[in-house]
Design a binder for this molecule. Structure first.
Ligand code: UN1
Length: 511
């Protein structure tokens, strides 16, 4: 087996599978356990993408110590200089976009158009955060005392731990790593075990752009053995997780013990409202993309479509007709529109929810079956699935499935729609299709979610606006844009008294 960790493995067969080591202090090192795990293509499990280190607490500690050493120098590099490295990484990512997109489709299954978008999102995040290096604004305010200067500056927090998901393996790693390093922090990242390669590719671009050793360290492995030690580590000052609400509850609880900054971006059950006056062609198109893009495996996926009764029938007919015609397959084939589930367990979950929906009395209009014949036999495929006559209280309308299963819920009108939309435990994304500006603005105000789209589906966030949600979707932090800068910096208020005498605030005030 080859052990050159830097080369792209895109064209290698199983016998030549690349072994990827951990990336600590700029070096490639084996895990302390000596154990490894496989990363296989979910569209064709005979295709071994790579072999990765199955790390443990000791490896996390080694990475934290490297990050600690690097922090002493990195925090003193002027932010505009730090940002220039990130800018250069964006240019490198542009050159490698196609290769990295192919690697990503191989390791996680989504179609090439989408994995190109995922790399593009990392490029966008790099440009945005590179610009932040020349801002990092803080307030300068007048002092209440004479001859005194008052301001607040943003300071790095120190060592940041990141735990990232498999559905946007490069984009979401970039949302966390890039603002963190521009702000002067150093990082230890655990990529999802299903998709570590894309994080390696992102970090490789940063390293080639001149990122000093130890500023970003990658430790691969599983949640209990790597994620938990990151969240527990006393020297890690901030932890950022994108994952399920169940894991968020654990990580948030652990992080609270050592008073870490903790950013949780968790589940969603995102509603799309379609009112009688909507442009139906647009709404059907949007529903298909929102529900079945990324095989429904987005935190922001459209999983409930709340349709007003006047257009319900026509909308359902058109949606079902289009869903049946979606081409499912290996995302490397440019004609394919929907790839596989990420792994066997996720496919089982998706199929289990189909049974739950049927048992609850929802009407299955199309899909619901595993695809495992012919070209599908070595992958985790299923049909795009549409349920109608769904009651808002049914489990399929309440619980996050993370697969290509969408529920259509009838509604009477605007008020009813908003109540149904908000009647869930999550609050990530939301959408409304209407031509009535009054209703659009009412939805913008009343949908209790972190994101609302007007005449667009629940997916498609851009990197320079805050991303995150309400209720069980998170703990109030936002990624993207200035939200991330908020998270990865700590305020320090600085007072400079140039009066040459002791001035007591609140006390020495002119009467
Ligand atoms: C996610 O939903 O898991 O907004 C992330 C979007 C992408 C990111 C999605 N830019 O659809």
């Amino acid at each position: 087996m080859a052990t050159d960790t830097l080369a792209s493995p895109a064209s290698l067969s199983e016998s030549q599978a690349r072994v990827f080591k951990n990336y600590i202090d700029g070096e490639w090192v084996e895990s302390s356990t000596g154990e490894t795990f496989e990363n296989r293509n979910p569209a064709n499990t005979r295709d071994l993408v790579g072999i990765f280190q199955k790390s443990a607490r000791e490896d996390v500690d080694t990475a934290v110590q490297a990050a600690k050493r690097a922090f002493q120098k990195w925090r003193l590099v002027p932010a505009p200089r730090r940002a220039e490295i990130v800018f250069r990484a964006a240019e490198i990512l542009i050159e490698r976009k196609e290769d990295y997109a192919r690697d990503m489709t191989r390791e996680m299954g989504k179609v090439l158009a989408e994995t190109r978008g995922d790399v593009q999102e990392a490029i966008d995040a790099a440009y945005y955060n590179a610009g932040e290096g020349r801002r990092l604004f803080g307030p300068t305010v007048p002092s209440e005392m004479p001859n005194k200067f008052a301001m607040a500056v943003r300071q790095p927090i120190g060592i940041c731990g990141m735990i990232t998901p498999w559905n946007f393996p490069m984009a979401i790693s970039s949302w966390k790593l890039l603002p963190a390093i521009v702000c002067g922090n150093t990082c230890v990242i655990k990529p999802a075990q299903d998709t570590p390669l894309s994080t390696f590719n992102l970090v490789r671009a940063l390293a080639d752009a001149g990122l000093p050793k130890g500023v970003i360290n990658i430790v691969t492995g599983f949640g209990a053995e790597v994620g938990t030690p990151i969240a527990e580590h006393p020297e890690v000052r901030a932890v950022s997780l994108t994952g399920s609400s169940a894991v968020g509850r654990i990580v948030g609880g652990i992080a609270a013990q050592s008073f870490k900054h903790c950013s949780l971006e968790l589940g969603g059950k995102n509603p799309m409202i379609v009112l009688d006056d909507a442009n139906l062609d647009l709404a059907v198109e949007g529903a298909l993309w929102g529900a079945f893009g990324t095989t429904g495996q987005r935190c922001t996926a459209t999983s409930r479509i709340i349709v007003q009764k006047g257009v319900h029938r026509e909308f359902v007919d058109r949606l079902v007709e289009r869903a049946k015609r979606l081409k499912v397959g290996n995302g490397l084939d440019e004609t394919v529109q929907m790839g596989p589930a990420i792994n066997e367990k996720q496919l089982e979950t998706d199929l289990r929810y189909v049974e739950i929906g049927k048992n609850e009395g929802a009407k299955l209009m199309c899909g619901g079956n595993r695809l495992d014949q012919g070209e599908y036999q070595h992958g985790w495929f299923m049909e795009p699935t549409v349920f109608v006559d769904v009651d808002p209280k049914m489990r399929i309308a309440q619980e996050e499935i993370f697969g290509p299963v969408v529920s259509v819920i009838p509604c009477d009108g605007m008020e009813d729609a908003v109540e149904i939309a908000n009647g869930i435990e999550y609050g990530l994304s939301s959408a409304i299709y209407t031509k009535d500006v009054n209703k659009a603005f009412t939805a913008m105000r009343d949908l209790y979610a972190g994101i609302t789209y007007i005449n667009a589906p629940t997916i498609g966030a851009e990197v320079h606006l805050p991303f995150g949600g309400t209720k069980a979707t998170g703990n109030g932090h936002r990624e993207g844009g200035v939200g991330a800068i908020e998270f990865y910096t700590e305020w320090k208020s600085v007072y400079v008294d140039y009066s040459d005498k002791l001035q007591k605030a609140q006390i020495d005030r002119p009467e």
